[in-house]
Structures are given as structure tokens and as C-alpha cells.
Design a protein around this ligand. Structure first.
Ligand SMILES: Cc1cc2nc3c(=O)[nH]c(=O)nc-3n(C[C@H](O)[C@H](O)[C@H](O)COP(=O)(O)OP(=O)(O)OC[C@H]3O[C@@H](n4cnc5c(N)ncnc54)[C@H](O)[C@@H]3O)c2cc1C
Length: 465
């Protein structure tokens, strides 16, 4: 067995590591000069440590094991104590969103009618399972419109870059669908399931989350950076010929002009060369749209299903201000924006409140998300327009009285795969390729969150080994 892993994001790197541990031959091809895909930690010379991809992740047992294997346990950091608080824009100002159903019943964030609706949910019977039900339809049916607009909408745009009216409940939050079926009431199910285990810790890494993919790549004997897979053909023995193009690493890693958080680009040079490598199995660890291009000749139906998976654009805008110029206490994780409030951005993480030593003394840093399905138009604007619009919105909402000390942005033309009506056919089409020796370990198959990807890779390894 010889596995060709295409893509060095988290899924590809962890699969390679597990195969290496099991003594199975593999080669991991990564087009970029650096490993990690969506993991992008950028150290700015002016003293900012920026996260353009994941900012903090849930510490699941799988992640804890992996960090220990990578010697990164001592680098684990927990966001400052305020991080439990989340704010939501309501009536043009930020209000703390109650963190639990009891707090929600006590506080004044939601109307009396919605509180009554929540209590009634405890006795509302389960509806028949409906795999086509959207997240919006589910929450409106069980909890009413206010919860949908002011809690579910901002969280689905903040975490999934999505629109609850398009995301499918069974694909995005399968555990909620299961709770309704098992307990009748979702709330009753949540209360019962919470009594067992405690809340998972949310963590970061001292030098940025990209330390994890960097540590993995450094340990992989079969890791090939700067190597894009550009073609796949079937070999006579039933395996595959993997055609790759190798970029000259000296010029492929080209940092952005002003290091303003734009990250790295790869570019072809006249020194590029093509190679062919034989593999018995293929592991797709690259985005669905990229996989679609590679599979088009071999498996046209699967390729068409993969090409339909939606990836909205997203710009991550970083803005630093003098602390003294910001009226808001920034005593939380950040603030999210419901679409009904007609905001410019989906919301911001208060990065300097979570990790105070990631900014120069006396400054605060906002990481603002411009884009996703509901804000795709703003994500398509030029950088200068985005920086100005984010600055204007931040000044208005946080009572900021001075110009930013620094701003920068990182643009994801295709950010997070949407678990809407297109995802099921894409997953099924790729699962049907298992007898042909093709598996998928990327987030469009595993689930969007880092914990989903780690669990999925372990399950795939169980099947292979
Ligand atoms: C802005 C943003 C914020 C996020 N925040 C969080 C968060 O807070 N918490 C969380 O749990 N998750 C978060 N995620 C999701 C999480 O980062 C991903 O789900 C996770 O990193 C898994 O990615 P992946 O394994 O699918 O690979 P990807 O990261 O998609 O990497 C795929 C790799 O394939 C490579 N590739 C593409 N084409 C080719 C080719 N032809 N040949 C070779 N290589 C190729 C690419 O260069 C890339 O490195 C976020 C994602 C984004 C974009």
C-alpha cells in the first residue's frame, strides 16, 4: 500500500502522521510553501501575532493527544478569564448574550414572549426527522424568530460563514437533531447531556495555532511542500499516477509586500518541473473545488458534485487602536452581528482581550470577519474600502475616538465549505469511491471544526490500517 495524500491542511497532515506511525507508505503533496492550509498565524514586525484562520479551538481528547505527540503541550494557552462572555449587536449597541438557558430566562436580552416560548419547548413533542430542514426552519419551529435572528443567525455567520436559511440542520448540527429525536425537547436533551461531562476548554498556542501543522510537517518523512498535484490518471495495476508540479522553494515562498497580514502566495517559475508518482490509494485532503478539478476525468460525476460545494469569500481584517481611545471595556471573547441589524461585518474577536501579549503594550486588537454567505458582497470589495468600512463601524460601535495605529487584512477567496443542500451529494459521491481506493479527510467531508477533522481522520485510519 502506498497512499498519495493531496493537501497539507490539518486533515492531510494528521492522516500522514498516523500512517507514518503505523508504518504505511505515503507521500503528502502540498501546493503551498508552508503547511496548514487554513491555519495561518502571522507574526507582524510591529509586534502583533495575528490568526487569519482558526483563532482558538476546542481541546478535545484527540487534540490533546496530538499536541502531546508534537511536544506542544507546554505551548497551550487559555484565553483570559473574560472569554466566556459573548456580545451581540442589538438595537445598535452591544449587549451580553446569556450563556445558558437559565441565564437567558433571567436576563433582559430576550423578550418575555421568547422566554415563555423556551419554557414551552420543554414540552413540545419532536417532529418527524427531516433531513432537508434548514437550521433556520428548525430554530424557528422550536424556539421562535427572536432566537433565530439574535442568537442563531450571528453564530452561524460567525462560526460557519453561513446563512441559517441555507445550512441544513442534520449536516451542520447533527447533535441537535438527535437530541430532539431522543428527548422530544432539545433543551431537555441539552440539560441531560450537560450533567455528564464538563465544558470543553477553548485553547490557543503560544506562537499561534499554525505551530501545530508546522510541528507535524517537520516530523513527516513523506511531506513534499511546494508540490501541487496537477493531474491524476489510472495506472494499469488499478492504482493511480499522481502528476505533480514542483515549484522552486526559493521563489515560491513570497511574502506579501508590507507584511500586513496578507500571508504567503505561491507562484510558478520557469524552474518548475513535472513528476509522476505511483500510488495504490488517494486521500483527498484539499478543498472540494480543488478536488473536483483533479477528479474530472476519472470520476466526472463525483467531480460535478464536489464542484457544487459552496465556499463563500471571507476577508479577515485586523485593526489596532490605542487602548485609551476605545471606550468599550472589551471584557469578553468578542461581538457578533445579526443580519437584521444591517451591519457591515459579521463581527469581531477581541484578540487582545483573549491574548494580551499579542499586541504592543497600550493597544487593543480587533479581528473582524467581513464575508461569508450573508456578507459576500462586502468580501468582494477592494482592501482599502474594507479597511475604511471596518474602521468606521468599529469607531461607531465601540466609541473609538482616534484613527487605528495599524490595519491589515488576509483574504480567503474561498473560506469555509457550506453544509447546505450541496454537501450531502458531494459526500455521498466521494464515499462511493472507496472501492476504487479513494478517501477524503478534508473538512467538507469530516465537518468544519478542527475537532471534527481530527475525529474523522482517526476513523479513516481505523479503516485503512
Ligand atoms: C477564516 C477561517 C476561520 C476558521 N476558524 C476556525 C475556528 O476558530 N475553529 C475551528 O475549529 N475551525 C476553524 N476553521 C476551520 C478549520 O481551519 C478547517 O476546517 C481545518 O483547518 C481543516 O482544514 P482541511 O484539513 O480541510 O484543509 P485545508 O485547510 O482546506 O487545506 C487544504 C490544503 O490543500 C492544499 N491544496 C489545494 N490544492 C492542492 C493541490 N492541487 N495539490 C496539493 N495541495 C493542494 C492547499 O494549499 C491547502 O494547504 C476556520 C477556517 C477559516 C477559513
Amino acid at each position: 500500500m502506498n497512499v498519495a495524500i493531496i493537501g497539507g491542511g490539518l486533515g492531510g497532515l494528521v492522516l500522514a502522521w498516523r500512517l507514518q506511525q503505523a508504518g504505511i507508505a505515503y507521500t503528502l503533496f502540498e501546493a503551498d510553501a508552508q503547511p496548514g492550509g487554513n491555519f495561518r498565524s502571522l507574526a507582524h514586525p510591529a509586534g502583533y501575532l495575528l490568526e487569519a484562520g482558526p483563532n482558538s479551538v476546542q481541546l478535545t481528547p484527540e487534540l490533546e493527544t496530538l499536541l502531546a505527540e508534537m511536544g506542544l503541550t507546554d505551548d497551550l494557552i487559555e484565553p483570559a478569564g473574560v472569554s466566556g462572555r459573548r456580545y451581540v449587536l442589538r438595537g445598535g449597541r452591544y449587549r451580553e448574550l446569556p450563556g445558558s438557558p437559565p441565564a437567558l430566562l433571567k436576563g433582559s436580552f430576550f423578550s418575555l414572549a421568547t422566554k415563555w416560548r423556551l419554557l414551552r419547548e420543554l414540552w413540545q413533542p419532536a417532529a418527524a426527522p427531516n433531513p432537508a430542514e434548514t437550521v433556520a426552519a428548525f430554530f424557528e419551529r422550536r424556539f421562535g424568530r427572536e432566537i433565530l435572528y439574535y442568537a442563531v443567525n450571528p453564530f452561524t455567520s460567525g462560526i460557519y460563514a453561513g446563512d441559517p436559511a441555507q445550512l441544513l440542520l442534520h449536516r451542520t448540527f447533527p447533535s441537535l437533531a438527535a437530541l430532539e429525536q431522543a428527548h422530544g425537547s432539545v433543551l431537555r436533551g441539552l440539560i441531560k447531556s450537560k450533567t455528564g461531562g464538563g465544558r470543553r476548554r477553548i485553547v490557543g498556542l503560544k506562537n499561534g495555532l499554525q505551530s501545530l501543522p508546522l510541528a507535524l510537517a517537520a516530523r513527516l518523512t513523506g511531506y513534499r511542500p511546494n508540490t501541487a498535484v496537477v493531474g491524476l490518471t489510472r495506472a494499469e495495476d488499478g492504482g493511480y499516477e499522481v502528476v505533480t508540479r514542483v515549484f522552486n522553494p526559493r521563489v515560491a515562498a513570497e511574502t506579501a509586500d508590507d507584511a500586513a497580514g496578507r500571508g504567503l502566495k505561491t507562484r510558478a517559475t520557469d524552474e518548475e518541473r513535472e513528476h509522476s508518482t505511483h500510488a495504490t490509494h488517494l486521500a483527498l485532503a484539499l478543498p472540494a473545488h480543488a478536488a473536483a478539478g483533479l477528479l474530472a476525468n476519472l470520476f466526472p460525476e463525483a467531480a460535478a458534485a464536489l464542484a457544487a460545494v459552496q465556499y463563500p469569500p471571507m476577508s479577515v481584517v485586523f485593526s489596532a487602536y490605542d487602548r485609551a481611545a476605545v471606550a468599550h471595556p472589551l471584557d469578553g471573547f468578542g461581538a457578533l452581528h445579526p443580519k437584521v441589524e444591517a451591519p457591515y461585518a459579521a463581527g469581531s474577536i477581541w484578540s487582545s482581550s483573549l491574548y494580551p501579549d499579542r499586541v504592543p503594550a497600550g493597544q487593543v486588537l480587533f479581528t473582524t470577519f467581513v464575508g461569508g454567505v450573508q456578507y459576500a458582497e462586502a468580501a468582494g470589495q477592494p482592501e482599502a474600502a474594507q479597511l475604511a468600512a471596518v474602521d468606521e463601524e468599529l469607531r461607531r460601535l465601540y466609541g473609538i475616538t482616534a484613527a487605528p495605529r495599524w490595519q491589515g487584512r488576509y483574504h480567503w477567496p474561498r473560506s469555509i465549505p457550506q453544509f447546505d443542500a450541496h454537501i450531502g451529494p458531494a459526500q455521498a459521491a466521494v464515499d462511493a469511491l472507496a472501492p476504487a481506493g479513494v478517501v477524503a479527510v478534508a473538512n467538507w467531508r469530516a465537518g468544519v471544526g478542527v475537532p471534527d477533522v481530527l475525529r474523522w481522520v482517526d476513523a479513516v485510519v481505523e479503516l485503512i490500517v
